[in-house]
Design a protein around this ligand. Structure first.
Ligand SMILES: *Cc1c(COP(=O)(O)O)cnc(C)c1O
Length: 453
């Protein structure tokens, strides 16, 4: 399989190449040149273990690794999960829930990042290279990346978070990781300040080259690839019947993986996209108009995103390379773009959910399931499923985080319920290590110069 850039002006590359490279040099994202047809294979996939299923699905894209190499990486990643199915499908009564939160940081990003960590280490050992990750986080992504890359050879990690603006729980998930290659920095500024520091640093091509700087966000196709597997796993766990998936979405990453699964031939009835008050994607699917707005801070903070980075990939599948480049240039100039037919196959529904509806969804799901507790991100999926009339036994909500990660919102919806998890309880007593950083590019460069591998 070859991968090409959504902006259409780079040479086609192999999976190993694009996994280390992340973004394409023309500013686009890598997409698979074609989508493998899995329809003839479906019967042979039913009932496979996570590991066997993942090897089959991922090798169709990552075909420049041997199946044995790929299996080793998948096994390493799966071993960090506390559930042997990795992503168990649970029947809660009114619908099913695909629990994606059994990894070490209790959020779905572990599924992809644990694989990515193992993959990076393997590829760097083979090439003799090194990689320095610099990233900004408002919470979940940072802890999942730190956990996936801690202690790995040839990899350095520097993660910026806004001082005092992440929850104590989220901060501790990052700062209690004391491995030598992990560097947390609390920045005197907002999340946007953190992000713009990282962006500016990445645009300094000389500095980027000198330290082999890399990114961890979902622009990396290797992350998407690991996520395709759980759509197949849900289908297999449900006995092979067609399903609707309801997906809490920020960057269009998770649901893009579902789109590829459907295009590969997995029997998907509907992909229901659930957003919070940041509703750029629901507006796009109802009007064809993709228009930047203000970022709203909500009870589902990991989806507080206006411009969804993976959306560019969907545009490419819809429109092809030439037109995608033109549309994105227009978007970058004017803050909006328009597509005639946003969903030609009628695969998507899209619903946004405000904070009051999120709380109501936590309450309602708890009552109707006899006590199952949703985290606020997954609650947006419940709301979207109900709004679109999809609740039922062939409806799967993707549960993106464990409710104990967001105890305050859960308690607000369900007074008296205290979701907890051992992993989080243990953080209380662990020592923390964290540097402080002024909102200043030169100060960040100093730190990276000192800590780079
Ligand atoms: C990142 C995240 C999301 C959104 O995922 P995307 O891939 O950005 O669409 C949803 N829920 C949780 C808990 C997350 O951490």
């Amino acid at each position: 399989m070859k991968f090409v850039s959504t902006r259409g002006s780079c040479a086609a590359r192999s999976f190993s190449e694009i996994a280390l490279e992340g973004m394409a040099p023309d500013g686009g994202l890598y997409v698979p040149e074609s989508i493998p047809d899995f329809r003839p294979l479906l019967p042979s996939l039913l009932g496979l273990s996570w590991e066997d299923l993942a090897v089959k699905v991922m090798h169709a894209y990552a075909d420049d690794l041997t199946e044995l190499e790929l299996r080793g990486l998948i096994r390493q990643a799966a071993a960090t999960f506390s559930n042997s199915k990795v992503v168990p499908l649970v029947d809660i009564g009114p619908c099913r829930v695909l629990e994606l939160f059994h990894g070490p940081t209790l959020a779905f990003k572990d599924v992809a990042l644990q694989f990515l960590g193992a993959l990076f280490e393997f590829l760097l050992a083979r090439s003799g290279g090194r990689l320095n990750i610099v990233g900004a986080t408002s919470g979940d992504t940072g802890s999942a990346a730190i956990c996936a890359l801690r202690g790995r050879a040839r990899i350095g990690v520097t993660i910026l978070h806004p001082e005092g603006r992440t929850s104590p729980l989220q901060r501790k998930q990052m700062t209690t990781v004391l491995d030598d290659n992990i560097h947390n920095l609390s920045v005197q500024g907002s999340f946007d300040d953190c992000q713009s520091l990282v962006k500016t640093l990445m645009n300094d091509l000389e500095f980027k080259e000198k330290h082999q700087l890399g990114a961890i966000n979902s622009v990396n196709f290797a992350r998407i690839l690991a996520q395709i597997v759980y759509y197949f796993s849900a289908w297999s766990q449900a006995g092979g019947k067609p399903l609707s998936f309801v997906v809490p979405t920020g960057n269009f990453g998770d649901i893009y993986a579902g789109y590829l699964a459907a295009r590969m031939g997995l029997p998907v009835r509907k992909l229901v996209l659930a957003s919070n008050a940041n509703d750029i994607l629901p507006r796009f699917f109802s009007t064809g108009d993709y228009r930047r707005g203000q970022v709203h801070h909500t009870a589902s903070p990991s989806m507080d995103i206006q411009v969804a980075s993976n959306f560019e990939r969907y545009l490419w599948h819809l429109q092809g390379g030439e037109s995608t480049r033109a549309l994105l240039e227009q978007f970058n100039r004017s803050g909006s773009l328009r597509v005639e037919s946003p969903d030609p196959a009628g695969l998507f529904s899209a619903v946004s959910c405000d904070d009051a509806q999120t709380l109501q969804a936590v309450k309602e799901a708890h009552a109707q399931s006899g006590g199952y507790v949703l985290d606020p991100h997954t609650a947006t999926a419940w709301h979207a499923a109900r709004q679109t009339g999809h609740l039922g036994s062939d409806c799967v909500l993707l549960a993106t985080a464990h409710p104990a990660k967001f105890p305050d919102t859960v308690r607000e919806a369900l007074p008296g319920v205290h979701p907890r998890h051992d992993i989080l309880d243990r953080l209380e007593t662990l020592p923390e290590r964290c540097g402080r950083l002024a909102n200043d590019l030169e100060a960040l460069k100093d730190v990276v110069n000192r800590n780079a591998v």
